[in-house]
Design a protein. Structure first.
Ligand SMILES: *Cc1c(COP(=O)(O)O)cnc(C)c1O
Length: 415
């Protein structure tokens, strides 16, 4: 029996039974943590077959994957309903892999201006290597279309932006990319495949920082790139001749696996893959709970006189609320808000007892951080204004605490 034979439409049912259909040893119900770096073969013909790609599903050297990371890749592929996944040591390694293996000097990329700060920083490195980058407001498909040039190869957006929670016109951009033959990359980290399938809006590749929603416990780093199977790689000149063979749907991922995982080496360890797999089993439960709590807390804060604005996709006041309702089954655990009096920023945060003053997202514990003086400090005030980060903005990553406990805590801190 293969994991695909567990045919329940419910992803959790499929996920919790995936390992035992993988040929785990000794009847163990979890995939073992494989620590071997080398994988040996009785017959040298088989070793040659692994190198030449004629012997599939086997292992060679752990930098390119182990049975443990392969089991996780298969689960992420199932969650995203894609055709394959490559895992990386971090979300940033996955993002880097996509840019550096699929774009070349002279190519042009159109990206959201509301990206994760480190991704925005990475784009300046990419520009230094000769790739043109145009940042646009992706809530408008027209803005994306206007930025496309004959050199454009790729469009990159995030489903729910951090910290401002802006939502792109995901379907409109998908249509545009299909018409123009552009690789459409959607960073699904904040929503996760439990709330949204990028495949449904014609995305070519879906990226997840596994560190956040999927692993969910703030105890491991990881990233993944999943191919939805929708992009026609025969039309993409940047695929090297050596990878233009076999199943066309795997060409892009083959290049990403060889050029990024094998050559650049941002490999996920088996230990981390195991922790991510265990975390993923409760993905649907956690996201339902944290989304409900985030909505309750955001609704409370919006009605509080000390609060100027709350940014949460499921609030009717959110500028892209219509997109949120159209695309997502719930709003996820991220929201941000601005205090009316920016001078109270520090004392209010210090008065909170439950939220932990820390960076990071998608933990079981609620985390809180003032955005401008920390994660967006390096870019400076002018750039912050450009990407929509107000100086008094506070970001909250909602955990598993009871909603009424969190509301009482915020109520006391704001009093
Ligand atoms: C955190 C994050 C990343 C990077 O993930 P790491 O695992 O921390 O490297 C990429 N994209 C988004 C949207 C993120 O929130």
């Amino acid at each position: 029996m293969t994991p695909e034979d567990t045919t329940s439409p419910d992803p959790t049912t499929r996920l919790v039974h995936a390992d035992r259909h993988f040929g785990v040893e000794q009847g163990g119900v979890h995939m073992a943590i494989h620590t071997s770096v080398q994988y040996g073969y009785e017959r040298v013909e088989d070793l040659i077959g692994v190198f030449q790609g004629t012997l599939k599903g086997k292992f060679n050297y752990a930098r390119q994957g182990t049975p443990t990371t392969a089991a996780l890749e298969s689960k992420i592929t199932q969650l995203e309903e894609g055709v394959g996944t490559v895992c990386f040591a971090t979300g940033m390694a996955a993002v880097t892999a996509v840019f550096f293996t699929l774009l070349r000097a002279g190519d042009h990329l159109v990206a959201s201006r509301y990206l994760f700060g480190n991704t925005l920083s990475l784009l300046t490195t990419l520009q230094g290597l000769g790739v043109g980058v145009t940042l646009v407001d992706p809530t408008s498909t027209q803005a994306v279309a206007d930025a496309v040039t004959p050199a454009t190869r790729m469009v990159f957006v995030e489903t729910i932006a951090n910290p401002g929670t802006q939502i792109p016109d995901l379907a409109g951009i998908g249509e545009l990319c299909k018409e123009r033959g552009l690789v459409y990359v959607v960073d699904n980290t904040i929503s996760s495949p439990a709330l949204f399938l990028p495949k449904c809006v014609n995305a070519s590749l879906s990226i997840n920082s596994l560190t956040k929603t999927i692993a969910g416990h703030g105890n491991t780093l990881g990233g993944a790139v999943t191919d939805t199977g929708l992009f026609d790689w025969t039309r993409y000149d940047n695929i090297f001749a050596g990878y233009r063979q076999g199943d066309v749907k795997q060409w892009g991922l083959t290049q990403i696996r060889k050029k990024a995982l094998r050559d650049m080496g941002g490999t996920l360890s088996s230990d981390a893959a195991h922790r991510i797999s265990v975390g993923a089993e409760t993905l649907s439960l956690r996201i339902a709970q944290t989304s409900a709590t985030a909505l309750a807390l955001a609704t409370f804060l919006e009605s509080h006189p000390a609060v100027a604005r709350v940014y949460y996709p499921m609030l009717p006041s959110h500028p892209q609320h219509h997109f949120a309702k159209e695309y997502f089954s719930a709003g996820s655990w991220l929201f941000s808000f601005e205090l009316r009096d920016a001078d109270t920023l520090v004392p209010v945060i210090n008065k909170l007892r439950l939220p932990i003053k820390a960076t990071g997202l998608g933990d079981t514990r609620t985390l809180i951080i003032p955005v401008a003086p920390t994660i967006f400090w390096e870019m400076g005030a002018a750039k912050r204004a450009e990407v929509g980060v107000a100086e008094g903005l506070i970001r909250v990553s909602v955990g598993l605490e009871r909603a009424s406990d969190l509301i009482a805590d915020f109520e006391a801190a704001l009093a």
